[in-house]
Design a protein around this ligand. Structure first.
Ligand code: NAD
Length: 491
């Protein structure tokens, strides 16, 4: 059943949540008194549509419907989840919860995006405190997976499980904190780093640009993949964490940091920092910076995905749940009509597949077709287990034709035919479609090899039979236009 989320407060964060829900197939009703809210959310949604769908190698569900409710009550009525992202003022949040509870009677979870309030503060005076919990996301909410989940003590295990399930279903990672603390966990780090940075600028040690360089050329890259402790464990070398602690522990007593002192936030400091920031980044609009940020985040997340590490491992796990039960998880025996071309790829084109023109870059056509070939191999039983047992197909020849333009975010679908199959040989014909338009073809000739001798050998009987079933059923289809075509031959 289609689910509806009520997004209360549609600013930077509420807009990000709206996009996250919509692009994962939920309908979204927004309540925000600001007449500018619709324009602002539309902008966030535009960025999200450009970057999120292609992040995954599996196609997300069809986008849900966005609407703007005339009142908070209208937004909340019948919703399966309420996400509050109103300004960080406790009295505003309390007033919102009272109105939401009057409609939901505590039956619907109210997630709060609060960066700083503890759940026990949020639930003061609430009729159904167990249903109100901190669900603290990170900007941009549509790309970054972390949600700090901090329930109030009154929350039941069932309510916590429900929240966890919803967050996971959005491709996000619920970090369930068992004890509450002001500003949760992640923002406490950020505050510490922010404090140090303010001192460094104020004392004239480093500019805003130099501080950003210190992060992005070094530990910032390390943190995204291993965090703090695993990085330090590696830094301890063979002797590991204990050695690291012994080596660097005493340094904590040296005057490296100003720790809890905060420089006075006066006009002088604010101007110093904003002037340096203008000099550093003023040439770009915020919109341009958002796009640069999103391009980089997508590329980094997809790099981690290829390594199956950190947030990339989460993407892979989520993808498995999206694929489950779809055609993209089927095996040969599940395909009732082997005479028809088989869908071997269905995805949105990711940002890191495009070139300076915004088009899908040439090498990615081969990437897409190679994924289709891999998927077809899996369908006929040449899967990880079969390959581990010593057999596989190696590609001997490839011919790609580019017939139409493909851009970032476009949903492409590859249908695959078997032109010849059996014994050592597999001759595949991939057609890539954008809607009904044929945009590329890929013709691939593969040989089955023994991974031990690296020489061609016949495929195992089960794989051979599955391949021949497609080859025989498709033998009667007309030969595709362009198959076997020599490069440069007249069309
Ligand atoms: N900005 C961040 O980086 C960030 C990150 C994580 C969490 N948060 C948290 O998210 C929440 C929202 O922050 P933001 O940065 O999106 O603020 P924002 O000012 O961009 O958006 C707040 C929105 O709430 C609307 N609003 C005000 N009163 C309302 C009401 N009674 N009902 C419905 N809408 C109302 C405002 O019109 C505005 O559009 C805060 O609790 C903040 O701590 C912010």
């Amino acid at each position: 059943m289609k689910k509806t989320a009520a997004v209360i407060g549609g600013g930077v964060i509420g807009g990000g949540w709206a996009a996250r829900f919509l692009l994962n197939g939920w309908d979204v009703r927004v309540s925000d008194p600001d007449p500018e809210a619709e324009r602002k959310i539309t902008q966030v949604l535009e960025n999200a549509r450009r970057s999120l769908p292609g992040l995954s190698d599996a196609l997300l569900p069809p986008e849900g419907q966005l609407s703007f409710a005339a009142s908070l009550e209208e937004a909340v009525e019948g919703a399966g989840w309420v996400q509050e992202s109103v300004p960080e003022r406790l009295n505003i949040k309390h007033a919102v919860y009272a109105r939401v509870e009057a409609v939901t009677g505590g039956r619907t979870i109210i997630g709060s995006s609060t960066s700083g309030f503890r759940p026990s503060q949020l639930v003061e005076g609430a009729a159904h405190p167990g249903a109100i919990m901190v669900c603290h996301p990170f900007n941009p909410v549509y790309l970054l997976p972390l949600v700090e989940l901090v329930p109030a003590p009154q929350a039941t295990p069932a309510q916590i499980d429900e929240a966890r399930e919803v967050i996971e279903s959005l491709g996000m990672y619920p970090l369930h904190l068992k004890k509450e603390i002001d500003a949760h966990v992640a923002d406490r780090f950020l505050e510490a780093v922010w404090r140090e940075a303010l001192w460094l600028v104020k004392d004239g040690i480093a500019t805003t640009a130099e501080i950003d360089d210190a992060i992005r050329y070094g530990f910032g890259i390390r943190w995204a993949q291993m965090g703090l402790f695993e990085t330090y464990r590696v830094a301890g070398g063979e002797a590991g964490m204990k050695h690291f602690m012994a080596q660097f522990g005493p340094a904590l007593k040296w005057p490296w940091t100003k720790l809890m002192d905060v420089p006075e936030f006066n006009d002088e400091l604010v101007n110093l920092i904003s002037d340096q920031s203008d000099a550093q980044s003023g040439a770009h609009s915020i919109r341009a910076l958002e796009r640069i940020r999103d391009n980089n985040l997508v590329a980094m997340l997809r790099a981690l995905k290829a390594q199956d590490q950190a947030a990339g491992a989460l993407l892979n796990a989520h993808e498995k749940t999206i694929r489950a039960g779809t055609i993209l998880n089927a095996r040969a025996a599940d395909i009732a009509e082997p005479a028809l071309p088989v869908v071997t790829l269905h995805r949105a084109v990711p940002l890191d597949w495009t070139d300076y023109n915004g088009h899908m870059t040439e090498s990615r056509y081969l990437d897409a077709f190679a994924q289709s070939t891999d998927r077809f191999m899996e369908i006929i039983g040449c899967d990880a287990e079969y390959i581990a047992a010593g057999g596989s197909y190696f590609t001997a020849e490839t011919h790609i034709r580019h017939l139409g333009e493909v851009n970032a975010g476009d949903v492409i679908c590859v249908r695959t035919r078997v032109l010849q199959g059996g014994g050592k040989k597999m001759h595949l014909w991939h057609e890539m479609y954008l809607g009904e338009e044929l945009v590329a073809t890929g013709e691939h000739f593969l040989l089955h090899v023994s991974l031990e001798t690296r020489k061609p050998v016949d495929a195992g009987p089960a794989v051979d039979a599955a391949l021949r079933r497609f080859a025989d059923a498709q033998a009667g289809l007309p030969r595709p236009e362009g198959a076997g075509r020599a490069i440069g031959a007249p069309r």
